[in-house]
Write a protein that binds this ligand. Structure first.
Ligand SMILES: Cc1cc2nc3c(=O)[nH]c(=O)nc-3n(C[C@H](O)[C@H](O)[C@H](O)COP(=O)(O)OP(=O)(O)OC[C@H]3O[C@@H](n4cnc5c(N)ncnc54)[C@H](O)[C@@H]3O)c2cc1C
Length: 331
């Protein structure tokens, strides 16, 4: 276990902002986690993974808990599939690399998404037509208030678009210590999203799909080791059929995806159409290659990012009558 007091969080989150935490502890076992929860009972607790979806708006006057539990093991195997249990602190992309090497299918489309196994369940991460929920079989968690363990079924997790019960009814109440994924031995592969199928070199397999996804991502997303960001800043909005019909007349080129409750419109397209690409607010900038991403171009402060995001939100509301919401977690 490693403890820090009054520590800079700059290297603990991918926006790279100069903010501090009163206490930060890196723990290596569930026993350590339980004793920390007892020690800090009643205090503000923030579990983080790689900090790749966080916006610290100010110094954090509480206890940040970082999991360094990073093992994975096979629990059960049948002719068709394998159940793999991974610990919450394992980097998701490391797990995916190991799984594709073993030719196990299910998570390859999520290659290259920063962050940990624990957060994959909190956020229900997704890319290229696949979401974590498609392969999650159960989620193990510890209650912050009591230290009690609980296993959640996928139904109990109430997964939605970048959403789960842990961001709603149970917000701030559990720390995810492990996720079990069901991986298959022979597909199916999901190749019909964007330009994925053309980017695959050779026959589709977990390995070739992973390579293609990593190549596409590297071309359009900033590498957080060089340029701070938290990935897509906003979620894609879903609008009503009436609203869609009106907008579609005005913008016939507008891309859209029919949903059960209306039409999903890519927020990147809206933001681009409004001319935000490359625009700056202090050190924060709308990324030139992908307008859904806000980057820390030049020593941005949290205020710069908050102001830029608020200005984009207001202009989308004014011009399109659409309310967009952040995907990034404001702390
Ligand atoms: C360049 C870039 C590209 C990205 N691309 C994608 C993408 O394609 N698809 C996508 O879905 N996301 C994407 N993201 C967002 C991000 O990678 C995911 O949201 C990821 O799941 C965050 O993982 P993390 O470990 O860094 O979590 P953090 O950012 O540290 O935390 C995210 C939230 O989860 C909570 N949390 C973290 N770990 C735990 C735990 N063990 N128990 C309880 N709560 C926890 C935190 O309190 C916080 O609320 C991208 C981010 C970046 C920077």
């Amino acid at each position: 276990m490693i403890r820090h007091e009054n520590i800079s969080l700059k290297t603990y989150h991918t926006f790279g902002l100069e903010v501090k935490a009163r206490v930060l502890v890196e723990y290596e076992s569930e026993a350590e986690l339980k004793s920390l929860l007892e020690e800090f009972r009643g205090e503000k607790i923030l579990p983080i993974g790689q900090g790749s979806n966080l916006l610290f708006t100010h110094d954090f006057d509480g206890v940040v808990l970082v999991s360094r539990m990073h093992r994975a093991r096979a629990l059960q195997e049948t002719k068709e599939d394998v159940l793999i249990e991974a610990e919450g602190g394992l980097v998701l992309d490391e797990l995916i690399g190991q799984l594709t090497d073993m030719h196990l299918c299910g998570l390859e489309n999520l290659s290259g998404i920063p962050g940990t196994v624990g957060a994959s369940a909190i956020q229900n991460v997704g890319a290229y037509g696949v979401e974590a929920k498609d392969v999650i079989s159960s989620v193990r968690a510890i209650a912050i208030a009591t230290g009690e363990e609980r296993i959640f079924t996928p139904e109990e997790c109430r997964f939605g678009y970048r959403d789960s019960i842990f961001k709603n009814e149970l917000r701030g109440q559990y720390i995810v210590t492990g996720v079990t994924y069901r991986l298959t031995k022979d597909g199916p592969y999901h190749l019909d999203y964007g330009n994925l199928s053309e980017a695959i070199e050779g026959e589709p397999s977990p390995e070739t799909i992973r390579e293609a996804v990593l190549r596409i991502r590297a071309a359009k997303l900033p590498d957080v080791r060089e340029l701070g960001s938290a990935g897509s800043f906003f979620k894609n909005p879903v609008i009503s059929s009436e609203h869609f019909t009106r907008l579609h007349k005005q913008y016939p080129q507008m891309p859209y995806y029919p949903q059960e409750d209306g039409f999903k419109i890519p927020a990147a397209w809206i933001i681009d159409t409004l001319g935000w690409k490359g625009k700056r607010e202090g050190g924060a900038q709308v990324y030139e290659k992908q307008p859904l991403v806000i980057v820390n171009r030049d020593n941005a402060s949290a205020d710069d990012i908050v102001r830029l995001a608020a200005a984009i939100t207001a202009s989308v509301r004014e011009q399109f009558g659409i309310e967009i919401h952040p995907e990034v977690n404001y702390i």
